[in-house]
Design a protein around this ligand. Sequence first.
Ligand SMILES: Nc1ncnc2c1ncn2[C@@H]1O[C@H](COP(=O)(O)OP(=O)(O)OP(=O)(O)O)[C@@H](O)[C@H]1O
Length: 270
Amino acid sequence: MILEVKNLNLFFKEKNKDVQILKDISFNIRKNQCLGILGESGSGKSMLWKSIMGLLDDNFKIEGEVNFQGINLLNMNKEEKRLIRGDKITVIVQNPMTAFDPLFTIENQMIETFQTHTNKNKNEIKKLAINILEKMNISNPLEVLEKYPHELSGGMLQRIMIGLSMALNPSLIIADEPTTAIDSLNQIEIIKELKELHEKLKLTMVFITHDLHILSQVADKIIVMKDGMIVEEGLKEEILNNPQNKQSKFLVETRMKLFKKFEECTKEVL
Ligand SMILES: Nc1ncnc2c1ncn2[C@@H]1O[C@H](COP(=O)(O)OP(=O)(O)OP(=O)(O)O)[C@@H](O)[C@H]1O
């Protein structure tokens, strides 16, 4: 088991009382598995991975266990957590623009990242950076390396971030709605690439989204969240074909309706 979350409760500390945000969350992920976390906006998906990664400040209180490769992350100090992030666990965030520093070129940011997490020198890193961009189907890597983040599209930046995360060779990758900030053509491409990379590199992933269609492409196992709780957990096929919970049924039906509409529209066009 790579990650085992046990009875996780998260509270936001308010003056008079604590407000509970996550309620008794338990799940686990095996090596090479892609776990999908499905839920509508506000269901607690982002709070969940931020709790796991120890990214919440002192306004929050966390109870429970987050065992990562046998070590409880909740007992680690700030420095230990910082070392785990990037080395062992990497996160692909919703908006790639926020993950890059606007003042530095892509090349400089890649050099900095790999100098922090590996023993490679600048020349080795440059070769690796070109290789990463090529793997992510970026056809002019030398040109792209010289650009600043604002000179590249969201889709391009997201590709770079995914490539960078993979190259750090982490034990776990957390992707939080990695395609929300990019246009639909790029979304399809990026999902395809993530799926291929997951299969080829045998990655262990947590994929967070409100979009069941995306999970039907990439996930092995799905947990459905609502109001800070897990309301259903099962293999992808079980959730897609035979959802038990009201919320899961609603999400599956919405997906079917969207599909039908799409089919009707394409019939009219063809
Ligand atoms: N900084 C914060 N302080 C206090 N409560 C918060 C904070 N951020 C989020 N919450 C609360 O936590 C709950 C879960 O929010 P969260 O952002 O995890 O949802 P989500 O499922 O990731 O939604 P989205 O898909 O819109 O990002 C919400 O009720 C929200 O009001």
